[in-house]
Design a protein around this ligand. Structure first.
Ligand SMILES: [Zn+2]
Length: 546
């Protein structure tokens, strides 16, 4: 039974959720939903990183305990996932006692294996990064290259992690498994860092108390990055087994509650499960999630945390004798264009404002449509509105409404049982395989584009075949049947493939088409419902015009 395990970074609890968090979460969700459609066992993890100096400092400034601040802020990130329609199987917090115990256990093993020693560390430290800076990366004026704040000279007794011992093994990893880190620019960047010579890094902090206690020295806590990275592993040791018995195509197994003001709420009753149509494997609670899901299929991260994931993380796993993840994918930044302004959204692309006004599906679509996943690119409220209007409302929403309306008008709502037009069939040939292959490489934008080309093909098909003309001629009834059957089935296929991107709206459309099989194997022309007398249901506009 194939399994798929995808993670987002755990989000630092001191920040407020913003577009970047929504972006990574949505991307991971698309992969998770796609692999569930493939009938695989899937585990999708997100969560919060709660230790370290910045949280302790912020708590003290507010006169509260760090735990209280972490509890309060973690809720905002927990709420983010259902708002963007994410189907995460678990939400980890690094203050979970089970996580803390696992961190202590794994790092004690790293020490037993001979990769930890005692020493004194002195260096330039950025309190915002919670990290010491190497001499060659310090910015002018002795500042942090990321935060531009003045660095502090710090010296303390520490346990050190022998990162330098992994120089050769890391170089070999990059040589033998070039697919392990994508895109290529990030691979090159990480490899160059490794080749420049790895120095040992502090594993513990003495001055801090807000962290996981070091079992061999209770005066110390683990450096927050080691604690944080281990979440990907620890989660599988105590998370409940994923709920796999969801009805096929259920839009949002995590939060069935519609978002207030969402113009595209999910229907209150998801389609009932049909025996034999849902291949999702059953994982009972006693199953060991580590043996099912480790190593991770994909860690998705943004480029600012590349070094920790591409260098420290594999070295740490090697030191603990834990198998390495399959792939790491580094996405770019979404840059705001301040000078453009849309009427309904102002000039800042606030994910929550977009969801409030246009629904989570529209946000999900736009984030993966406009900027190729893996690259930096500009996003803006005007570009969002253009895509919404021209692609979601016109090209897709209108195609769906028209198709259902013609089946109702010309065939009393009964989907004709006619063969698929070969001219259309050839343009859909191999589409599901193409999309799967692209998503296997985390090419989320290219996969979406491949599907969208078929949405456009269907719109051209309507214009070419002009069903309204065929309907005027009784002699051409067979031809009209073929056109309507082909069109409805084409809409079904693109919607199935779009389900990971836009789960709520595609579910409504697939329900209206009576398409019960929501698996990827049904995403080919001619595999649609063929029961005689299969009638189409009602469908409110999927993407109402603003
Ligand atoms: Zn910094």
């Amino acid at each position: 039974m194939p399994s798929f395990y995808v993670t987002t970074p755990i989000y630092y609890v001191n920040a407020a959720p913003h577009l970047g968090h929504a972006y990574t979460t949505v991307a991971a969700d698309v992969l998770a939903r796609h692999h569930r459609q493939r009938g695989e066992a899937v585990f999708f993890l997100t969560g919060t990183d709660e230790h370290g100096e910045p949280v302790a400092d912020a708590a003290h400034a507010q006169g509260v305990e760090p735990q209280e601040l972490a509890d309060r802020n973690a809720e905002r990130f927990k709420a983010l996932a259902p708002r963007v329609g994410a189907s995460n199987d678990f939400f980890i917090r690094t203050t979970d006692p089970q996580h803390e115990a696992k961190v202590q256990e794994v790092l004690a093993r790293v020490r037993e294996n001979g990769f930890v020693y005692e020493g004194t560390y002195e260096g330039w430290y950025c309190p915002r990064c919670a990290d010491f800076k190497a001499e060659n990366e310090i910015e002018e004026g002795n500042r942090c290259p990321i935060h531009h704040v003045e660095l502090v000279r710090e010296q303390e007794e520490s346990s050190f992690f022998k990162l330098s011992a992994f120089q050769e093994r890391l170089e070999r990893l990059y040589a033998e498994r070039p697919e392990w880190l994508a895109p290529r620019t990030r691979y090159n960047e990480a490899l160059a860092f490794i080749r420049s010579g790895l120095r040992d890094v502090p594993l513990t902090r003495h001055k801090l108390t807000w962290g996981v206690k070091v079992p061999w020295d209770e005066e110390h806590v683990f450096y927050v990055w080691f604690d944080a990275l281990l979440n990907y592993y620890s989660a599988l040791t105590y998370a409940p087994a994923p709920v796999t018995a969801e009805p096929p195509g259920a839009a949002n197994p995590v939060s069935p509650n519609p978002v207030p003001g969402d113009p595209n709420p999910a229907p209150p009753n998801p389609a009932p499960a049909v025996a034999g149509s849902n291949p999702a494997p059953a994982i009972d609670a006693s199953t060991d999630l580590v043996s099912t899901f480790w190593p991770p299929s994909y860690h998705l991260i943004a480029k600012d945390i590349l070094r920790f994931h591409a260098v420290y993380w594999p070295a740490l796993l090697m030191a603990a004798e834990i198998e390495l993840p399959h792939r790491l994918f580094v996405h770019g930044y979404l840059l705001m264009e301040g000078e453009k302004m849309s009427k309904s959204l102002g000039n800042v692309l606030d994910p929550f404002a977009v969801i409030e006004r246009f629904g989570a599906d529209a946000l999900r679509f736009y984030l993966l449509r406009d900027v190729p996943f893996g690259q930096d690119g500009s996003v803006s409220t005007t570009a969002f509105e253009q895509r919404y209007e021209s692609e979601l409302a016109n090209e897709y929403g209108n195609l769906a409404s028209r198709t259902l309306a013609m089946v109702r008008r010309y065939r009393d709502g009964v989907l004709p049982a006619a063969p698929i037009d070969p001219a259309l069939a050839s343009d859909f040939e191999g589409l599901a395989e193409e999309v799967s292959a692209l998503l296997d490489r985390a090419e989320l934008t290219q996969a979406l584009d491949a599907i969208w080309q078929r949405v456009r093909r269907l719109n051209r098909y309507v214009e070419e075949r002009a069903p309204w003309t065929l309907a005027k001629d009784e002699q051409r009834a067979g031809e009209l049947d073929e056109v309507l059957a082909s069109l409805a089935d084409g809409v079904r296929v693109v919607s199935l493939l779009l389900t990971p991107y836009m789960p709520a709206s595609t579910e409504r459309l697939l329900d209206a088409l009576g398409a019960e099989d929501r698996t990827l194997s049904a995403a080919r022309l001619g595999a649609g419902p063929t029961a005689p007398g299969n009638t189409v249901g009602e469908l409110e506009p999927l993407f109402p015009k603003a």
